[in-house]
Write a protein that binds this ligand. Structure first.
Ligand SMILES: Nc1ncnc2c1ncn2[C@@H]1O[C@H](COP(=O)(O)OP(=O)(O)O)[C@@H](O)[C@H]1O
Ligand SMILES: [Mg+2]
Length: 506
């Protein structure tokens, strides 16, 4: 007889229902899988046959035809083993078809009938609920991840046998319960109190964290740029549950969810090396895989030694920095991954590192300095809200300076500023001031006459582009939020303007 079981494919970050039809008929004893399967699906023939036999079930000595539909959806990976095996049991009358009604089944089989981990279970469970299924069967190890989706029963399958007994009602498997919401997690690599001096840089980091703004630190080697960037995660605001799910979905599809961490609670902090490839940064590949900019979604992308990155790699950052998503084109049509990250970058002012240093001469020629700085294009520089000069702190002073505020103290202020933003943008997709579109900028970043006069002068003197103008307004909004002020005042605006790049660095 013909058996029909439902399973799931993931395209980009979204699940798509796949119908698994299994038919047994005459002909040579052989399994044929049709419906554009890739090599992994072909291998699943061997696994399904062994698993069914080794689990003690009857495997037909006839032709078994498996059709994965729709054919237009390219299927990847071994997630269809379990639904195919269940289909075989139904097609050979060992299992009643009604037992899998309203159920989506996902899982890889080992040769002995064990059910193994599959990536992307979170978007699959989300699809199952959205498409109106009541139950989703997933590998036992992936059940806590699937259980993050409310409103659908998640059955953890340890083995084909256990699932068979469950479906027949002989020995029920308990549905997975959503993982407990642990106290929030903060990544603390470096605490703010470890950073001596550099008060103005710490202030800039606080402003960046409070509004989700991009930041560039420029200074000589050893001035603490890397140290301070690594301290940024310790003052970032906690994520909302929607943000956590958003991030977790990406890591689920990238197969980067640690098995003991079903839900990602800490904002991502990604620091790819400058030798990273184009595909590694933006995503891509045969089966498009999210890149570093998507793994940094809702968190920080830290590019240390910015001019060392190839200019081709840096140019592709422009679209996501503007649109907060990245579009990957491929033969089967283009795909979009979220990429709403906060860029933190660091660079030396010149190859030797001492251009502009008060105590040590720069050995680079002026053309070398210009060429070095030009490696980072003007349009990319223009998309960075906060440009910070980082001077070196003398060794003697490093020892003398007393310890400053801890990350926890700074973070408390960041959280307050974020609370104001959450209230402001409630019911919209905007998470922080940096995400505002022109409509919100008009509404929430109004300038009084004095501020307008200041802005007009600055626009002329600093030759601000229209994009820079909007970025200054958003930054002023964040500085006002940190000060607990409804209005943007001249003080707030002046601080925001001070973070624009100096002209010789453009
Ligand atoms: N302001 C500072 N407070 C504490 N330590 C510092 C400071 N600046 C530099 N350091 C020390 O100097 C080392 C080098 O700093 P680093 O962040 O690598 O500099 P950069 O990235 O600017 O070249 C750090 O490991 C840190 O121990
Ligand atoms: Mg460094």
């Amino acid at each position: 007889m013909l058996a029909r079981v439902y399973s799931c494919a993931v395209i980009g970050l979204d699940g798509v229902v796949v119908e698994v039809e299994v038919d047994t008929g005459g002909g040579l004893p052989k399994m044929v899988i049709v419906g554009l399967p890739d090599t992994a699906v072909q291998e699943s023939r061997e696994r399904v046959q062994s698993a069914v036999k080794n689990a003690g079930f009857y495997y037909p000595r006839r032709r078994v035809t498996v059709n994965l539909a729709p054919a237009s959806v390219r299927k990847e990976g071994p997630a269809y083993d379990l639904p195919i095996a269940v289909g075989v049991l139904i097609a050979t009358n060992q299992l009643d078809p009604q037992t899998v009604e309203n159920t989506l089944i996902i899982g890889e089989l080992s040769l002995d009938g064990g059910v193994r981990h599959v990536k992307g279970v979170l978007p699959m469970a989300a699809l199952a609920r959205q498409a109106g299924y009541r139950t989703v069967v997933v590998p036992e190890v992936d059940a806590p991840e699937a259980a993050l989706i409310p409103g659908i029963t998640v059955i953890p399958a340890p083995t084909l046998n256990a699932l068979f007994d469950h479906l027949r009602g002989d020995a029920l498997l308990s549905p997975a319960v959503p993982p407990e919401h642990d106290p929030e997690e903060i990544l603390v690599d470096t605490d703010f109190s470890e950073i001596k001096g550099q008060e103005h840089v710490k202030r800039a980091l606080e402003v960046a964290a409070a509004g989700g703004h991009n930041l560039l630190m420029i200074g000589p080697p050893g001035s603490g740029k890397t140290l301070m960037a690594r301290a940024l995660p310790s003052i970032l605001p906690a994520m909302t549950i929607d943000e956590e799910l958003d991030v977790t979905r990406i890591y689920s599809v990238a197969d980067m969810l640690p098995s003991d961490v079903p839900l990602i609670r800490a904002r991502p902090f990604r620091a790819p090396h400058h030798t990273i490839s184009h595909a590694g940064l933006v995503g891509g590949g045969n089966w498009p895989h999210p890149g570093e900019i998507s793994l940094a979604h809702r968190g920080v992308l830290f590019l240390d030694e910015l001019p060392e990155f190839s200019s081709k790699v840096l140019e592709v950052l422009r679209q996501p920095l503007e649109d907060k998503v990245v579009t990957i084109s491929r033969a089967q049509g283009s795909l979009t991954f979220p990429a709403n990250f906060q860029l933190a970058a660091a660079m030396n002012p010149c190859p030797c590192g001492y251009f502009g240093d008060p105590s040590r001469p720069c050995t680079c020629s002026s053309t070398t300095v210009t060429r070095y700085q030009k490696r980072v294009s003007g349009p990319l520089m223009d998309r960075i809200d906060i440009h910070m000069q980082v001077p070196r702190v003398e060794y003697a002073k490093l020892r003398d300076l007393k310890t400053g505020e801890s990350s926890a103290e700074v973070r408390a202020r960041v959280e307050e500023a974020r609370a104001r933003q959450r209230q402001r943008f409630e019911g919209t997709s905007i998470a922080s001031n940096a995400d505002m579109y022109p409509a919100q900028i008009r509404k929430y970043c109004e300038l009084d006459d004095a501020c307008q006069a200041l802005m007009k002068t600055a626009m002329r003197q600093m030759q601000l582009t229209a994009r820079a103008y909007h970025r200054v307004l958003k930054l002023s909004r964040t500085i006002a939020d940190l000060a607990g002020s409804e209005e943007i005042t001249q003080v707030h605006l002046a601080e925001a303007l001070q973070y624009r790049p100096k002209l010789e660095l453009m």
